[in-house]
Design a protein around this ligand. Structure first.
Ligand SMILES: NC(=O)N[C@@H](CC(=O)O)C(=O)O
Ligand SMILES: [Zn+2]
Ligand SMILES: [Zn+2]
Length: 331
């Protein structure tokens, strides 16, 4: 038996339209509070959209505590940002153009967003970053982006920055080196996978995601960071569901669907590493502290009760599909 705080997930994709309802219901089975990413089509870029997205999600999963975000662009005025903050946005998400799902309309000129970032700093909005340099070789994109995180952290010392879904040893070292205004999320699949789990044998489309899981030493650095008890590192699943047909095809979509299995998988990872005592803060405290919101007080209990992950959940193939997981939440 294991008691944990009702988990927070600081990086979730709920999509939109008919898919939204099921994804919201599924994540609400495991998490109490989530930060919802804005890379819908069209993206979330206004107060009205924030309010509308929030009410759609609340309709599907009334008990879920929501933290909303907007997709960063250079055109935002201070008034736009103020209105989105008043509508409940806690963060702006920086997607470099073309690096991942629905990011074609992302940022293509770094300097152009600096005035917006300066305004976000004044308003106390968090800057969440998909840190990959679009023009670099795919395995170097995160490393090549580090200089931009460095620039932002040093030029906007009061801006809280979250380097999302870390995938390299270099970025872990950078987050450790940069001041307290820089934190990072780590996903469950980057604690488990390397590039071998995607292309080492036959192609595994359901493990393909951005940033790509890389080398064993990168995974080791991420595990060390997650187990470190350092409050700079907290959980963000980057649960990114795509219909099975969009993954099992040429030009397959990037994203791993982890919401249905993330907490049981994390318990297993932390337990097998002998670090189970670090899990509670990783999923229930450090992220809340960084976002300056109250820590979860509700508790949940997980029991050892092996179960088989369904092959399909919400029309997508989840991580561990068809496999057995040891831990299950006690109803
Ligand atoms: N991570 C992914 O591979 N995909 C995410 C976008 C993102 O988080 O980069 C998605 O929305 O599908
Ligand atoms: Zn991303
Ligand atoms: Zn994401």
């Amino acid at each position: 038996m294991l008691e944990l705080p009702l988990p927070d997930d600081f990086h979730v994709h709920l999509r939109q339209g008919v898919l939204l309802e099921n994804y919201a219901k599924s994540i609400a089975k495991e998490f109490g509070r989530i930060l919802v990413m804005p890379n819908t089509v069209p993206p979330i870029t206004s107060a009205a959209q924030i309010q509308d997205y929030r009410s759609q999600i609340q309709q599907a999963a009334p008990g879920l505590d929501l933290l909303l975000t907007f997709k960063l662009n250079a055109k935002f005025t201070p008034e736009d940002l103020k209105q989105m903050k008043e509508a409940g946005a806690v963060a702006g998400k920086y997607y470099p153009a073309g690096v991942t799902t629905n990011s074609e309309d992302g940022v293509s000129d770094f300097d152009s967003i600096l005035p917006v970032v300066a305004e976000m700093e004044k308003l106390g909005l968090v800057l969440c970053i998909h840190g990959e340099e679009p023009t670099a070789f795919c395995l170097d994109r995160e490393k090549e982006f580090i200089r931009r995180v460095e620039y932002l952290a040093e030029h906007f010392p009061k801006l809280r920055i979250v380097f999302e879904h870390l995938s390299t040893k270099a970025s872990v070292e950078e987050v450790l080196r940069l001041p307290q205004n820089v934190a990072a999320t780590i996903t469950v699949h980057h604690l488990l996978h390397t590039l071998d789990d995607i292309i080492g044998g036959s192609l595994q489309p359901h493990h393909f995601c951005k940033p790509t899981p890389k080398r064993p030493e990168d995974r080791e650095a991420l595990r060390k960071a997650a187990f470190s008890g350092n409050p700079k590192f907290f959980f963000g699943s980057d649960s990114a569901p795509h219909a099975q047909s969009k993954k099992e095809c040429c030009c397959g979509a990037a994203g791993v669907y982890t919401a249905p299995v993330a907490v049981p998988a994390l318990i297993q990872i932390f337990e097998e590493a002998g670090e189970l005592d670090k899990l509670s803060n990783f999923i229930g405290a450090f992220g809340a502290d960084f976002y300056r919101i109250p820590r979860q007080t509700k508790k949940v209990v997980y029991v050892e009760d092996p179960w088989t992950v369904p092959e399909i959940v919400d029309g997508a193939v989840p991580l561990f599909a068809g496999k057995s997981l040891k831990w299950k939440r006690m109803e």
